[in-house]
Design a protein around this ligand. Structure first.
Ligand SMILES: Cc1cc2nc3c(=O)[nH]c(=O)nc-3n(C[C@H](O)[C@H](O)[C@H](O)COP(=O)(O)O)c2cc1C
Length: 355
């Protein structure tokens, strides 16, 4: 099934660049696609026109297959005024204490509307589209497949794997507990769906007959082969690419990555209102205890945006949302094309050693 799936994707190597909103860029996507893998771009924070623009930029850099990724969210946003006031007061106080001149604002809109983003994605017609945070409707899946777009759903538990499989998606992306960035969990409380990638691949492989994409803590060719041995068709790497010059991660965040202590990589709610894996830093130490009083995603994400931007501009990695997986210190700061070549060489070597 694995080689048939690679053929279907139109890629030669079992490597997917994980979609990373705020960090993946057209240049990073193209480097992985041109290197024989599948580059994915996280466009979940973008308005419809920007999604179309990003797809055009990718196409200008590669004629190889690529994927676009969206967060599946309701169009309406719940505004909890008490939680918004609490968060604004806490954030403004922190910025004052840390010497940042900006303050929170109430944006015109908390986030782009998913239905508009979905329409833009259909118009952009990427060869592959992946989705996280919730299921699509059968009608949305049909709309994508009618356009010959290969559809991937993201799962963090066996129940979520089964739910996507029942919808007839083309592949399922397994997000192990090790993975950096937002947890895609939608059927459970996030603290309940922290299944390690080893367990999740085996559970999924025994339960469904759908190609599996393995993500979470894979940083090198050995990890890619291990995922394949367990039953995955392809490995999906995110944190491994964060340090590349083509990644849009803030310079301070890139600087901090190699020195990341594995015990400091934790689940954080206070940046966005949704559980995400990243580095514990000054912001997290100051704010995480109050996370239960803050508004949910995407409201909290929008409220922390000015702080995160100002901190990044000031080189204050300790106040930025430094999303990363558990093996962040294995990241390698090098051009993405070189990293792809090294990963594939390591993978081939590991296979040869095993044989
Ligand atoms: C900075 C960052 C942003 C991310 N943004 C997204 C996203 O927009 N959509 C998504 O499905 N997953 C997102 N993820 C999760 C990745 O797709 C993937 O599950 C994860 O990177 C795999 O684990 P690893 O980081 O240990 O390689 C993000 C991860 C990171 C590190």
């Amino acid at each position: 099934m694995a080689s048939r799936f690679l053929e279907r994707l139109g890629i030669a190597q079992p490597l997917v660049l994980a979609p990373m909103s705020g960090a993946s860029t057209p240049a990073l996507v193209a480097a992985v696609s041109n290197g024989g893998g599948l580059g994915s771009h996280g466009v979940g924070y973008l308005e419809p026109q920007a999604i179309l623009d990003e797809a055009a930029k990718i196409r200008a850099l590669t004629d190889r297959p690529f994927a676009l990724n969206l967060f599946v969210l309701p169009d309406g946003v719940h505004e909890d005024e008490a939680a918004i006031d609490h968060a604004r007061a806490a954030l403004d106080a922190l910025m004052e204490h840390e010497g940042l001149a900006v303050r929170t604002t109430r944006p015109e809109r908390w986030a782009p509307r998913f239905s508009d983003q979905f329409a833009a994605l259909c118009e952009a017609r990427p060869p592959v589209a992946s989705f996280t945070f919730n299921l699509l409707t059968p009608r949305q899946i049909e709309e994508l497949q009618r356009r010959d777009i290969i559809v991937i759903g993201s799962a963090t538990s066996l129940a979520e794997v089964r739910a996507w499989a029942a919808l007839g998606v083309d592949a399922i992306s397994l997000q192990g507990a090790e993975a950096g960035g937002h947890r895609g969990t939608f059927l459970h409380a996030p603290e309940e769906a922290v299944i390690g990638l080893f367990a999740l691949i085996r559970l999924a492989a025994r339960a469904v007959n759908v190609p599996l994409i393995a993500g979470g803590g894979i940083m090198d060719g050995r990890g890619m082969l291990a995922a394949e041995m367990l039953g995955a068709a392809v490995s999906q790497l995110g944190t491994a690419f964060l340090g590349c010059p083509e990644s849009a991660a803030a310079a301070a965040w890139k600087h901090d990555l190699p020195g990341t202590d594995d015990t400091r990589v934790t689940t954080i709610r206070s940046f966005s209102g949704r559980a995400a894996r990243g580095r514990r830093n000054t912001y997290v130490d100051a704010m995480e205890a109050q996370a239960g009083h803050f508004p949910a995603y995407p409201v909290m994400n929008a409220l922390t945006s000015p702080l995160r931007k100002a901190a990044a501009a000031a080189g204050r990695g300790d106040l930025v949302s430094e999303w990363c997986g558990q093996a962040a210190s294995l990241s390698r700061a090098m051009p993405a094309t070189d990293l792809v070549a090294i990963l594939l060489e390591e993978y081939a070597q590991a296979r040869a050693n095993l044989a």
